[in-house]
Design a protein around this ligand. Structure first.
Ligand SMILES: NC(=O)c1ccc[n+]([C@@H]2O[C@H](COP(=O)([O-])OP(=O)(O)OC[C@H]3O[C@@H](n4cnc5c(N)ncnc54)[C@H](OP(=O)(O)O)[C@@H]3O)[C@@H](O)[C@H]2O)c1
Length: 247
């Protein structure tokens, strides 16, 4: 029996990179999917949806939205509430600038930080706030947030981005405690360096010198569903075995 047979999953940031890998992994396990990405890349999203169908997704719908548009996010979240999702995976995020220095205390435009906070933290928090009560009513559910080691270990290097990931991690860890007694499981998956994604290719942040693959993050997601019904990991931190060596 597949892990997610009969389950409905909402996955953000599904047009490429880690999200596209997670979409295929969920599809192979028999989930019905709603895949979400920014309107600028609708074509990429559709291609990922076709791939997910090829991987075995029972159903696969696409939705485009800009997570920086708060009103649109709220409307979308309310529409999603009636869909009875079993799984929410908050994966979409932006780095905010191609250069780390422009995200920090000495350089960069704080208006750009608003967008980083909205996309990486506030939009996922709104989705959680809207979907979690439905999961509680149903008596089960999974919320998986894709975070970053920048918000787990000392010495983050990309201030505004790290701030957004700390915010989501804080909301997730608090929600973990509130929701697990209702059989709704919240997990923060914090990858280190992941290669072959839009984010790692465009920024000075990740990938580049080599890292592990998006499929490894997708495997970490599946690991959560493989556990027995009475277990829930709070956080999963993933790092490359040999930093600087391509996986
Ligand atoms: N790559 C790494 O090394 C690394 C390491 C640690 C954690 N992470 C985390 O892993 C997750 C996925 O990252 P990735 O590397 O796979 O990045 P990616 O390839 O750049 O993918 C980002 C996804 O987020 C979507 N997105 C971006 N801005 C959006 C917006 N305003 N509204 C709606 N959707 C938006 C993108 O949609 P479009 O394609 O339509 O723009 C895309 O599907 C992120 O949470 C990231 O912080 C990545």
């Amino acid at each position: 029996m597949s892990l997610l047979q009969g389950k409905k999953a909402l996955l953000t940031g599904a047009s490429r990179g880690i999200g596209a890998a997670i979409a295929c992994a969920l599809a192979k396990e028999g989930a019905s999917l709603t895949l979400v990405a920014h309107p600028h890349h609708e074509q990429d999203l559709k291609q990922c949806a076709d791939k997910a169908k090829g991987c075995g997704a029972k159903e696969c719908n696409c939705h485009t939205i800009d997570f920086a548009d708060t009103a649109a996010v709220q409307k979308f979240a309310e529409q999603c509430a009636s869909q009875n999702y079993d799984v929410l995976i908050n994966n979409a995020a932006i780095f905010g600038s191609h250069k780390a220095e422009e995200l920090g205390p000495l350089k960069g435009n704080p208006d750009d930080w608003d967008r980083v906070m909205k996309v990486n933290a506030l939009a996922p928090m709104r989705l959680i706030r809207t979907l979690a009560p439905k999961m509680v009513d149903k008596g089960e559910g999974w919320i998986i947030n894709i975070g970053d080691v920048e918000a787990v270990h000392e010495g983050p290097h990309h201030p505004a981005y790290a701030a957004s990931k700390y915010a989501l991690r804080g909301f997730g860890l608090s929600s973990y405690e509130v929701l697990r007694k209702h059989n709704v499981r919240v997990v923060d998956i914090a990858p280190g360096n992941v290669a072959q994604t839009g984010m790692s290719e465009k920024s000075d942040m990740h990938g580049g010198q080599g890292a592990f693959n998006p499929d490894d993050v997708a495997e970490a997601v599946l690991f959560c569903f493989r556990l027995s019904k009475n277990a829930v990991p709070e956080e999963i931190v993933l790092k490359a075995v040999k930093p600087g060596t391509a996986a």
